[in-house]
Design a protein around this ligand. Structure first.
Ligand code: 5GP
Ligand code: MN
Length: 345
């Protein structure tokens, strides 16, 4: 049995909203990851079974290794079809905001969502949700938004309406946001949920292969290059840094998603508890910052203080507008400022 987690008052409201709705729009954060898409498509399949007209809209492209997800082909990209998406958002009875906590996380879609008249529901697991939704279901203690979607559907009394496709999406999100159940994954109820998803017929081993073992040759060679040539280790701070320029990405024929997970690799070294990856973005004129930590070291504080970002205690990100040298300088300042916390961890 699962504990309740989501407040009954929130379940009641969402139930009423869904009952009264014909058109539902689901939106998620920029550069959607496995959990963003898993939760969005999990809810999409569920509401579709219930006869709703459902559209999933994302700000921009998502990685190739998530393209197989059932329903992914129907996702609308805002960067390609803004006008069409604006109309859907404006006409929606309910707008579900999944896996993000602030309008700034949906980039150019923010205005349309803010101005829309439909009832807005946030379902998310990031700290400090901003108050732009009528119902805010925010549970940072839960390791993925996809898990929250499973819990929501069950609490609506609709476990039987989860299809195989929906179960595959939910599992994918739970798996990716926990690194294949290697972090944030000690809650035993996660494994009860997996068992329930298996009862729908999912092939969890196949999903793992499709997500984690379908990379291009370019990605593996880039990984080799990055680890051999680019990784800087700061053992005195128990930290590591990887920087990657646009030019270097070009050399390895970078496609979106190719550097996914690189930031985690330095944490495999004994004694390293903080890792940062700085990548010149290929879409926007900025440096995308990814931060990871192990234990109690709060990389989200560093993200917020130095890189206009935020996120979870052990996995966060941000954006930097400036040169790579300036970004590296900031990283070094962060090491000095956080030295005692880094060494205590
Ligand atoms: P990633 O390093 O995989 O891009 O992001 C890891 C986590 O950091 C995300 O799940 C999200 O919580 C957070 N994050 C990433 N980029 C940003 C950002 O630009 N701003 C904020 N506030 N959080 C971010
Ligand atoms: Mn998530």
């Amino acid at each position: 049995m699962l504990s309740k987690v989501i407040l009954q008052a929130h379940i009641d409201k969402v139930e009423t909203y869904f009952d009264r709705a014909d058109k539902v729009v689901i939106v998620t954060h920029v550069s959607p990851d496995g959990d963003a898409l898993g939760s969005s498509l999990g809810l999409y399949h569920f509401l579709s079974v219930h006869g709703k007209t459902v559209n999933v809209i994302v700000p921009n492209a998502f990685p190739d290794f998530l393209r197989w997800m059932p329903g992914a082909k129907d996702i609308i990209r805002y960067d390609k079809y803004a006008e069409f998406a604006d109309k859907l958002i404006a006409e929606a009875d309910v707008i579900c905001c999944l896996d993000f906590n602030a309008l700034s996380r949906i980039d150019r879609m923010a205005d349309a969502v803010r101005d829309a008249q439909g009832r807005k529901v946030m379902i998310d697991h990031h700290l400090n949700p901003e108050p732009f939704c009528r119902v805010t279901i925010s549970h940072p203690e839960i390791s993925s938004t996809s898990e929250l979607i499973f819990r929501l559907i069950c609490r609506l009394g609709c476990f039987d309406d989860i299809t195989l496709e929906g179960a595959e999406c939910i599992y994918t999100g739970m798996m990716t946001d926990t690194g294949g159940f290697t972090y944030n994954s000690n809650n035993r109820e996660i494994y009860f949920i997996i068992s329930e998803l298996l009862s729908k017929g999912i092939d969890k081993d196949d999903i793992y292969r499709k997500v984690f073992n379908t990379y291009s040759e370019g990605r593996l060679r880039l990984m080799g290059y990055v680890l051999y040539e680019k990784m800087q280790v700061y053992p005195q701070f128990r930290a590591a840094l990887i920087c990657l320029s646009k030019e270097e990405q070009g050399k390895f024929r970078y496609v979106k998603g190719d550097t996914e997970g690189f930031v985690n690799i330095p944490l495999q070294m004994k004694g390293i508890c903080f890792s940062v990856f700085l990548r010149e973005d290929t879409e926007k004129d900025m440096i995308k910052v990814s931060l990871r930590s192990v234990g109690a070291f709060p990389c989200n504080q560093v993200a917020a203080e130095f890189f206009n970002g935020g996120g979870h205690l052990n996995a966060s990100g941000g954006e930097f507008y400036g040169t790579m040298d300036e970004a590296v300088d900031l990283f070094k300042q962060a090491l000095v400022k956080y030295e005692s916390l880094l060494l205590k961890n």
